[in-house]
Ligand binder design. Structure first.
Ligand SMILES: Cc1ncc(COP(=O)(O)O)c(C=O)c1O
Length: 398
């Protein structure tokens, strides 16, 4: 009865283990939900810049707007990307969606049809595989290499290319690994795309959430010929996931861009427009870099919470991890055999039952070794420390 395209679709961040957590909640248990990067749930407040704009302009947001997004908002987005080094873009290259999620549906629907292939990373935030499958396409995985700080493996990308490949997806900074990609790796991927006539889709929603004074490099800032679709939004940098505000920006060769934009206009018109109220706040939000910087500087919550997670993980035998540089996540590896689990899912399920802590097993990100799990480092320091200690106790008592 339901579409065959759903066969491979899975969103384990909100999958069966999550549903089990909701059942436990109904039974009266308090569950610590470390499954989603959902800042508001952990006390991150809406920036005043956004709140004030929404309150002032609410009456202006009631009609349908331009299918691509309001002109002022697209100008603010264009200026933001120009300031980050992306060249030759105009308002017409930008489409605003209800979050990066809808914008990714738009770009995949415009690009991918039955049998087309998209190269996606493993581990991978499942949005990109899911929309590829829903479009009738095939998601093919390339490896990100844990022994090389989770950078994409160039040979694995090359091996994955066939005559059906249309696009390469990059998630940089990465969810779930928290990795930040080097300029050398990005240049190599651009070269592969150039030689094979592929579109690069670069999901950069965490570009402003980079720790340790490191710099994020937008893929599109490194080339002006290859078609790059840069994805970004306010859910994470401004902690307003629920208000649904994201976009895509197409750059590269003018003629190739034109065809893709014609496709995007068709898709955008089908779904009318995105949440207008949020578009009114984009200009103010993108000027408000202080809000995000306060989270990531040395004394900011993200820096402190990451330190707490790492210090507590270091005390647990059989857990190793690559230090994350960006985003909200750490992706540790567990010695599954030593603790007698069948795989990462069994670990996650038993941890939930025993300690009421909800994490996402690595296989939820299509991580093939089934030995990893993702921790969201958003709760306050003491909550995170206690949670990791509980994980340690749980393992010790096996
Ligand atoms: C890599 C990545 N891309 C996109 C999204 C979706 O973002 P949005 O809230 O803008 O739909 C997320 C959300 O967690 C994400 O981690």
């Amino acid at each position: 009865m339901i579409s065959r395209n759903l066969d491979n679709v899975h969103s384990d961040i909100r999958g069966d283990i999550y549903m089990h957590a909701l059942e436990l909640e109904k039974q009266g248990h308090k569950i610590l939900k470390l499954n989603t990067g959902n800042p508001a749930a952990f006390g991150f407040k809406m920036p005043d810049s956004i709140k004030n704009r929404i309150i002032c302009d609410i009456d202006k947001s009631l009609g349908y707007c331009d299918i691509r997004g309001m002109e002022n908002a697209r100008t603010a987005i264009k200026d933001y990307h120009l300031s980050r080094g992306i060249k030759n873009i105009s308002e017409n290259d930008i489409f605003i969606g209800n979050g990066v999620s809808e914008a990714s549906y738009m770009i995949i629907s415009a690009l991918i049809g039955t049998g087309d292939e998209v190269l996606v990373p493993t581990p991978c935030y499942s949005l990109w595989t899911n929309f590829t499958f829903l479009a009738g396409g095939r998601a093919k995985f390339y490896k990100c290499d844990e022994s090389a700080d989770w950078q994409p493996d160039i040979e694995s990308i090359k091996r994955g290319i066939t005559s059906n490949t249309k696009a390469i997806v990059l998630i940089n900074p990465n969810n779930p690994t928290g990795a930040l990609y080097s300029k050398e790796i990005l240049l190599e991927i651009i070269d592969i795309a150039r030689k094979n006539n592929l579109v690069i889709i670069s999901d950069e929603i965490y570009d402003r959430l980079v720790l340790d004074g490191e710099q994020h490099i937008p893929t599109a800032s490194l080339c002006d010929d290859v078609t790059v679709v840069t994805m970004n939004g306010l859910s994470k940098s401004h902690c307003i996931c629920e208000l649904r505000c994201g976009w895509l920006c197409v750059s590269g060769d003018v003629n190739r861009k034109k065809i893709l934009i014609e496709g995007l206009i068709k898709i955008a018109s089908v779904r009318l427009c995105s949440n207008a109220l949020m578009q009114l706040a984009i200009g103010d939000a993108l000027k408000d870099s202080a809000y995000t910087e306060n989270m990531i500087n040395e004394t900011g919550r993200l820096s402190i919470q990451r330190k707490a997670v790492m210090e507590e993980l270091d005390k647990i035998d059989g857990i190793s991890y690559v230090k994350n540089i960006a985003a909200f996540y750490l992706f540790p590896k567990l010695d599954i055999k030593r603790y007698g689990f069948e795989d990462d899912r069994e670990f996650a399920r038993k941890l939930l039952d025993d300690k009421h802590i909800l994490i996402v097993p690595g296989s939820g990100f299509n991580c093939v070794d089934k030995k990893h799990f993702r921790i969201v480092m958003q709760p306050e320091e003491n909550i995170l420390r206690n949670a990791i200690k509980d994980i340690g106790d749980f393992l010790k008592n096996r």
